[in-house]
Design a protein around this ligand. Structure first.
Ligand code: ADP
Ligand code: ADP
Length: 233
């Protein structure tokens, strides 16, 4: 479903060229949970920006469902982006909007639905993440875990076939992390949606992921099924 073929991305820094990604190749199967782990500076954010089409690699190709997206123009990219849900470390919720209005936001941006249809979809999404009873609250009235549930509901609003999670549990305590990982596993099973996540936390990989790539200095140094790559604890 996702094929990354020898992509490289360089940044200029103080007159020097730094390879944030150096010849990275990955194959991510439809319906799997794929983890990308590495230290700070390893290139994880750059890789995720190449997957969500916010950045073009200097060389190499990224294909989604057999379509080479590195060749698309901006208009076509924008369309494809709507099929990708993003979950962020710091939730990125709109503080002046209620929980329901935050989840409704991407539906409004996409257009094409009546207010009643959007409201029904919001209720469905809030039920999916267990927040039915909090729909009229503001983000500031929620715990970190609840905020991330809103973030996940919002990411799923337009029926994406790919969910990209950028350090989605890094701002949460261990117990809340477990609950969010369980929710993501549930969503993966229920909706059959592919999840790609980046993390620096080995526990996230062990608990949630089918496959893993280890990034170091912009290179993939290990890749495969989690059980093959890492020895059981
Ligand atoms: P994280 O490790 O949590 O992803 P980073 O500090 O690596 O956070 O990156 C945060 C943002 O800052 C990213 O959007 C990245 O592109 C940008 N960034 C990272 N390093 C640099 C840099 N040396 N110069 C400019 N922007 C950078
Ligand atoms: P990670 O997410 O694993 O922390 P990043 O992809 O943010 O790694 O960064 C990889 C490398 O690229 C780092 O050396 C970082 O400083 C550099 N980098 C990332 N984004 C930028 C940017 N916008 N401008 C300059 N350097 C960047």
């Amino acid at each position: 479903m996702i094929e990354v073929q020898s992509i490289s991305k360089h940044y200029q820094h103080g007159g020097k060229s730094i390879a944030a990604l150096d010849n990275v190749s990955l194959q991510i199967a439809s319906g799997e949970i794929y983890g990308i782990i590495g230290r700070s500076g390893a290139g994880k954010s750059t890789l995720i920006r190449c997957l969500n089409l916010l950045e073009r690699p200097d060389s190499g190709h990224v294909s989604l469902h057999g379509e080479d997206i590195t060749r698309l123009d901006e208009r076509a990219l924008q369309q494809r982006r709507q099929r990708i849900g993003m979950v962020f470390q710091h939730f990125n919720l709109l503080r002046s909007r209620t929980v329901a209005a935050n989840v409704r936001f991407p539906l409004e941006l996409a257009g094409g639905q009546s207010p009643a249809q959007m409201d029904a979809r919001v209720d469905e999404l809030l039920a999916l993440v267990g927040l039915q009873d909090h729909k009229h609250k503001r983000p500031s009235q929620l715990s970190g875990g609840q905020k991330q549930r809103v973030g996940i509901a919002r990411a799923l609003a337009n029926h994406p076939d790919l969910l990209l999670c950028d350090e989605a549990t890094s701002a949460l305590d261990p117990e809340t992390t477990d609950a969010i990982l369980a929710l993501l596993a549930d969503i993966n099973r229920q909706l059959g949606l592919t999840i790609v996540l980046i993390t620096h936390d080995m526990r996230v990989i062990r608990q949630l992921c089918d496959s893993v790539a280890v990034l170091d200095h912009g290179r993939v140094v290990e890749q495969g099924k989690v059980l093959d790559v890492f020895l059981a604890p």
